[in-house]
Design a protein around this ligand. Structure first.
Ligand SMILES: Cc1cc2nc3c(=O)[nH]c(=O)nc-3n(C[C@H](O)[C@H](O)[C@H](O)COP(=O)(O)OP(=O)(O)OC[C@H]3O[C@@H](n4cnc5c(N)ncnc54)[C@H](O)[C@@H]3O)c2cc1C
Length: 272
């Protein structure tokens, strides 16, 4: 692939599971702008870039020839890391960009948008409020940036990460989160798998979707109380079906969606 406007390079590629990739991308010859944990960047590749062998052979719909295919991706690395951005990517087999992104190897070039944006951050959180960070799949990425950037952010507050994936082997960042939980007394990490019947040996952890864990008041057993809007902010990231269901449940418990115009306790990042 020629340089042709491709201003960044893959510097690390970790395959968590087939079609689930942690990728570091470094700008080539320019500086990353400052960003806040929880924000997203834009990645791009030309339609000529080859598709991953696991992807469907053709795009649906086909991309416009010539123009870069661009999509948004939450940053998983700390905003203190100035050399690269890390992304947590899921291969959408019928997709346009992820089949091409997932086919990249170390040293390959891609386009990294020079602007980083997004309002899914810890900005303007009330002091001392507890945090519940809920994600499906790669929706975990912004929380990794938040937790990696400001480990003491939680001092005096409780922080829980609730992460769901289909299988135990799809639970990216699990070792790092278990380590963080051991080192930080205020942090709770709860992982759940939605297809326990497909595990090669029985999975001893939580099963079902995050919605069901919340319904079963999972945090009451850990924190000693069920989170309420008066003492907790909830973040939701990833699959829009999970987000819609959680929002309805949380609204019935008195949580209000946070918007720039109207502060609330419920922060949302829908991936599609
Ligand atoms: C703010 C923001 C942050 C995002 N951060 C991430 C991230 O950190 N990691 C990540 O993998 N994706 C993330 N996404 C989704 C990403 O932008 C793309 O939509 C996704 O990678 C699919 O792109 P594609 O070109 O391969 O598929 P497209 O050709 O764009 O096809 C899109 C269709 O695929 C489905 N789809 C989209 N995303 C997914 C998914 N993750 N899993 C299953 N089905 C999906 C939907 O049905 C959607 O209509 C984010 C989206 C937004 C808006």
């Amino acid at each position: 692939m020629t340089n042709n406007g491709l201003n960044a390079v893959v510097t690390q590629r970790i395959e968590v599971a087939p079609g689930l990739i942690i990728m570091r991308v470094a700008p080539d010859g320019w500086e990353l702008p400052p960003f806040r944990p929880g924000q997203f960047a834009v990645l791009g590749l030309p339609p000529e870039a080859p598709r991953h062998p696991m992807a469907d052979p053709a795009d649906d719909p086909p991309p416009k020839p010539g123009a870069l295919i661009r999509r948004s991706y939450s940053i998983a690395s700390s905003s203190l890391d100035r050399q690269y951005l890390e992304f947590y990517l899921n291969l959408v087999r019928s997709g346009s960009l992820t089949p091409r992104l997932c086919a990249l190897g170390v040293g390959d070039r891609l386009w990294l948008g020079p602007r980083i944006s997004g309002l899914f951050t810890f900005d303007r959180l009330p002091f001392g409020v507890n945090l519940v960070l809920i994600a499906t799949g790669t929706g975990l990425a912004p929380y990794m940036s938040m937790l990696r950037t400001d480990p003491d952010r939680g001092a005096g507050r409780k922080v829980a990460v609730l992460h769901s994936a289909r299988h135990s082997w799809d639970l990216g960042y699990r070792a790092e989160l278990i380590m963080m939980e051991r080192l930080r007394p205020n942090l709770t990490y709860v992982a759940t798998v939605s297809r326990p019947d497909e595990e090669p040996i029985p999975w001893g952890g939580h099963v079902g979707r995050v919605q069901e864990l919340w319904r079963r008041r999972i945090l009451e057993g850990i924190w000693g109380f069920h989170p309420e809007s008066a003492n907790t902010h909830v973040f939701l990231s990833g699959n829009p079906d999970m987000i819609e269901e959680m929002m309805a449940m949380l609204a019935s418990e008195g949580f209000r969606e946070h918007t720039p115009q109207k502060p609330g306790e419920l922060h949302v990042e829908k991936y599609w």
